[in-house]
Design a protein around this ligand. Sequence first.
Ligand code: AKG
Ligand code: FE2
Length: 335
Amino acid sequence: MSHAAPEPRIPRMIGSMPVIDVSAWLAGEPGALERIAGELRYACEQVGFYFLTGHGIPQAAIERVMAAAKRFHDQPLDEKMKLKVNQETVGYLPMKGSTTRTSKVNLNTKPNLNEAFFLKRESEEEATRLGRPPGHRNQWPENLPGFREDTLAYMGMMEELGRQLVPVYARALGMPAHHFDAAFARPGMTLRLSHYPHTEVLEDNEFGLAPHTDGNFATFLPPNPVSGLAIRLKDGGWFEVPYMEGAFVVNTGDILAHWSNDVFVSTPHRAVNRSGEERYAMPFFLNANPQTVVECLPSCQGPDRPPKYETMTVEAYSAWFQRTNYPHLQKEKAA
Ligand SMILES: O=C(O)CCC(=O)C(=O)O
Ligand SMILES: [Fe+2]
């Protein structure tokens, strides 16, 4: 069988955002993989962002995690500080706790106006590796019943969805459908529960989250009724992402861009909250397993397109990315 890349297909568009319905692929319909891979190719080459529909994640599960984010951030600061972000960037990152210095499109000098709580894969193995009691890879709030169950259930569903979509990415890049499967058998994953207070007045070069690209493979943002996200299009203009009921906003991160030699673009984006309401966002960052070696795919290089990026592990890239953006990692390094 030939593994040529499918022809790019223009999907339905909402403004600058492609809409990709994956239900036929998830249901195993014949022909769905090639058709959807063609649409994904268009979306990832031209925009780097798309609306994902037909994903099968129940709205109720999303709402439970949204409620968990609100309940977490509604706690008093000293309660949240008990779970202060650690060397693995798991836990609570206070307001102005990060400055986005990896950005290629903006010289970000001011810390971000959001606070966030980070969770990663919970497993006995991870806890043992880190010398913690069973079930304590994450830092869990004490007084929020259901928080742990709801966030872990959601991460489990998102991990499964991510794994199901990886073959579509492989085909969209002209590789065999199962090319990435081993790297995602036990994927890296981070759930970020962010709170952006309403900010009427911003200083010059100040943001809720400054222009940046994501450092992982692909990011899944559940539908957010409170606007604030904007993406930087190829022509340099900023496009405010509208709300689409039931649709995730999905974007390419740097790891996928490196793998694909920038055939798939890791599009810069930023967030500000001028909605008049509190804003919460819950990106799920899917990544390949940390040990994966990311080397330019054969389908994305040629005599006129030599590999642009150094071959490196996911772990090495993530370590650089996080160290550059999070002062809590720089301080401990210096100590
Ligand atoms: O707040 C949003 O909608 C986007 C968040 C984001 O881009 C991120 O956390 O990397
Ligand atoms: Fe992002």
